[in-house]
Design a protein around this ligand. Sequence first.
Ligand code: UDX
Length: 452
Amino acid sequence: MQIVMIGAGYVGLVSGACFSDFGHNVICVDKDEDRIAALRQARIPIFEPGLADLVERNVRAGRLSFTADASSAVPGADVVFLAVGTPSRRGDGFADLSFIYAAVREIVPLMAENGVIATKSTVPVGTGDEIERIVRELRPEASIAVVSNPEFLREGAAIDDFKRPDRIVIGTDDACARAVMGEVYRPLYLNAAPLVFVSRPTAEVIKYAANAFLATKITFINEIADLCEQVGANVSDVARGIGLDKRIGPKFLHAGPGYGGSCFPKDTLALVKSANDHGVAMRVVEAVVAVNDQRKRAMARKVVTACGGSVRGKRIAVLGLTFKPNTDDMREAPSLSIIRALQDGGAIVHAHDPEGESQARELLSDVTYFADAYSCAEGADAIVIVTEWEAFRALDLARLRTLLHTPVLVDLRNVYPPDEVKRHGFTYVGIGRPTDMAPYGQIDEGMGIAAE
Ligand code: UDX
């Protein structure tokens, strides 16, 4: 099959490389000439484990190529995937679809008579209808089909998620397009991935509903964690105790500093807005958005409390900046809110992240960066684990104890057993489990966090 991927960003690059690995011929198209030039030299602009090898292997095999010129790629394509960005529009939270529509207007005149457009970008319900309207306007005589094919890739595990998905959702009522999409995903049958054929709006809703549900699950367990702190219960055990119920399931019940990333914050907001547009109030999801936003900043209060009520003039060593491990992505990362709140309270912030430093430098000011956890911790009044990188799971606590000015460990991902940390002479504060410290409590809006 001949596949064209419009947008060589995160989703387009991973999907394109994986399709080519399955033997399809794939051309990735991106307007960004520098990005294309880099990719042609096998330089990958994002950090994703395994992606560089995958790209290199398939470029060498002649199945994967890159171009900035859609007109050279699109005419021969059986399927043109749209994998361009749909950021939150500044001000109103609606998904910004201008990249999608611009791409559609560019590719449709170039496409084969019976080509298929498949939207991978996350778009509000009804976007497929609007794309179809543009197609009919530009090519009234052609039988180009418009399909919704949402992705469910997690950053850091995207290649595995692509190759061994829980399901593949294909939204179209067009029989020919179903057959073509079935052929595109045929190599995945071997991995027993169910193909879920639904209508186009159904597929669009599935994507938003899946992300909103996962965000809700996380936010729910985070609130349960707050309760656990008040009553001396252990949220990890609660998560296990409820997760063994097959109707609930064990995943996405890890309490932490709140979800971040390029998807959950943007998609929950876009779901609320587009539902409102159709006269439907998404009150549960609205609450999730609000609770999660407050939570990120509220995590700073935990640090303040652990430091004896004030961080003014104190050095805080933050370990992990990215919104989760195995990515360099800083978008909506809890670390951003936490660090800014700590700085508002007068803290001097030291930080280390295995991959996120260069993005962090653009988003945060007055932070000193270190190459590893130990140099970061030197002379600090507290260590705060914000992201659970593997490298932070087996830190030498005895060594840290000697490096720190004050032995305080605030573990926002519950990486460490409290008893072990305390045995090394630390004050330990985790999430939703019995600790040394009083819980962080409520925070006023627009707070100066330190209660001085
Ligand atoms: C998510 C979805 O999982 C994926 O299907 C969708 O296509 C894109 O959005 P991603 O944003 O890469 O993927 O990350 P994910 O692993 O889902 O984590 C999102 C956030 O939730 C992270 O900040 C993570 O730390 C947090 N999280 C996740 C928790 O706090 N607790 C959990 O139990 C799980």
